[in-house]
Design a binder for this molecule. Structure first.
Ligand SMILES: *Cc1c(COP(=O)(O)O)cnc(C)c1O
Length: 428
């Protein structure tokens, strides 16, 4: 469609947007008396206004029942995690048996690696993206060391080619082919946190399997952002956090996916705890760990109900809005941001600001990463001062994520005006 850089156009798009009313269901930060333009749903999602009622309801149950709240009330705590499953499974394209909410992201990845990174003879290598999110990189380093390998030897990083910012799929596939006799695992972020590049998880999974390896994904930047079909793509395992696009609140409970083909195999090695034990026998306090089938068999501890209540509030909104409609809006809103940004930046040829995220809509979610060539963090600080909440990633990238649930076309237009003012001020 043809876009226009005008307030009237942006407002018209908001009027046409069937999801526009969700904006009012979130608290929008007011900083220094100013309602900010919030583009950091990729880092910490906004608070659903309904979250307070969901928590209060569990606080009331606790006050009323004490320990008996595990078995009474509307959502007994003993099975509280189960009420998060249908919406989570829908979000990632999984059977309900393949998904559970538990722990936090990096913790879950370690637990999943216990099961799915099982080096065997000379098959010990992991292929992943260069400049991974640090926590994932530390995960890989410590996992391979745990098995007695040297990270330099065991971790094969695929980097962008000289002078490029994005990974080429053909380079990843070539590396998988090259190392196929030594490969244990292909492990990528579904969407790269730095560039916003969305990987073709189906193709990577197929290639990993063909090489005799497994494929796992960190979906921190993908869950709630892009359509996922983990089951059909045959992905072996995945994990995501809930506080980015899923608006679950800082550090809240995360989610895992284990494909049924593994979940149904209770012989797979794992670290156990009572919440993963056969739930019919959980309270018999007997020896001999018997994991449940499905992703639930990877649970360890009892469910953190208060956090889960917030996540439930948010997942109910996702379930109602639905990923297909969210993605449809997201494609348009992100394209609009790209258009506005390029329009404004073209007015100031002295500045080199460049979007490094793929331009192809099917290769990205809603995040656009902007490289500040020859500029420094001061520009980002000025943007923040002017009421745009984006984020900065060293050394020189600003990330902006217009989320389809609570960002509007008007937000994007206003961002363009802010950017224009800023560039024209520093220009003179
Ligand atoms: C946000 C993020 C994390 C954070 O991990 P936590 O265990 O939740 O602190 C890890 N990996 C990626 C790729 C992320 O984007």
């Amino acid at each position: 469609m043809t876009f226009e850089n005008s307030l009237a156009f942006a407002q018209e798009q908001d009027k046409l947007d069937p999801l526009a009313h969700y904006r009012q269901q979130f608290h929008h930060p007011v900083i220094n008396g100013q309602q900010v333009l919030y583009f950091t749903g990729n880092s910490l999602g906004l608070q659903p206004k309904s979250a307070r009622d969901y928590i209060n309801s569990e606080l009331d149950e606790w006050a009323k029942w004490g320990v008996e709240g595990h078995f009474h009330g509307k959502n007994p705590w003993v099975s509280y995690h189960e009420i998060l499953t249908p919406a989570s499974a829908e979000l990632v394209g999984a059977n309900e048996s393949e998904v559970v909410c538990m722990n936090s992201l990096t913790t879950n990845l370690h637990l999943l690696f216990v099961s799915f990174y099982q080096p065997d003879g000379k098959r010990f290598k992991i292929i992943s993206e260069a400049k991974m999110f640090p926590s994932d990189r530390y995960l890989l380093e410590t996992q391979v060391r745990h098995h007695g390998f040297d990270p330099d030897e065991a971790i094969i990083e695929i980097a962008p080619r000289e002078g490029e910012f994005l990974l080429r799929e053909q380079d990843i596939l070539a590396a998988i082919e090259e190392h196929k006799d030594e490969l244990a695992l292909v492990f990528f972020g579904g969407v790269n946190y730095f560039t916003g590049q969305l990987f073709d998880m189906k193709t990577l999974t197929e290639a990993a399997h063909k090489a005799g390896a497994l494929a796992g994904f960190d979906l921190a930047h993908a869950a709630g952002n892009v359509p996922l079909h983990l089951h059909d793509w045959n992905v072996d395992f995945a994990a995501w956090c809930s506080y980015k696009y899923l608006n679950g609140s800082a550090g809240n409970v995360a989610g895992i996916f284990v494909h049924d083909r593994h979940g149904n195999n209770t012989d797979i090695k794992r670290f156990g705890g009572w919440w993963g034990h056969d739930k019919e026998r959980r309270f018999l306090m007997e020896n001999n760990f018997q994991p449940m089938t499905g992703a639930e068999g990877w649970q360890i501890s009892n469910a953190p109900v208060m956090g889960m209540a917030i996540l439930k509030a948010s997942l109910d909104i996702f379930a109602e809005a639905g990923m297909p409609r969210l993605r449809k809006k997201s494609l348009k809103l992100t394209a609009y941001l790209e258009y506005i940004f390029n329009q404004v930046v073209a007015m100031f040829p002295d500045y080199q600001l460049q979007i490094i995220t793929p331009t192809e809509p099917e290769k990205r979610g809603c995040q656009l990463s902007i490289k500040l060539i020859g500029s420094d963090k001061k520009f980002f600080e000025a943007l923040t001062q002017a009421g745009v909440i984006a984020d900065f990633r060293e050394p020189d990238v600003i990330r902006l994520s217009p989320t389809p649930l609570y960002n509007s076309f008007e937000d994007v237009y206003r961002f363009g005006e802010t950017l224009r003012n800023l560039l024209s001020q520093s220009h003179h």
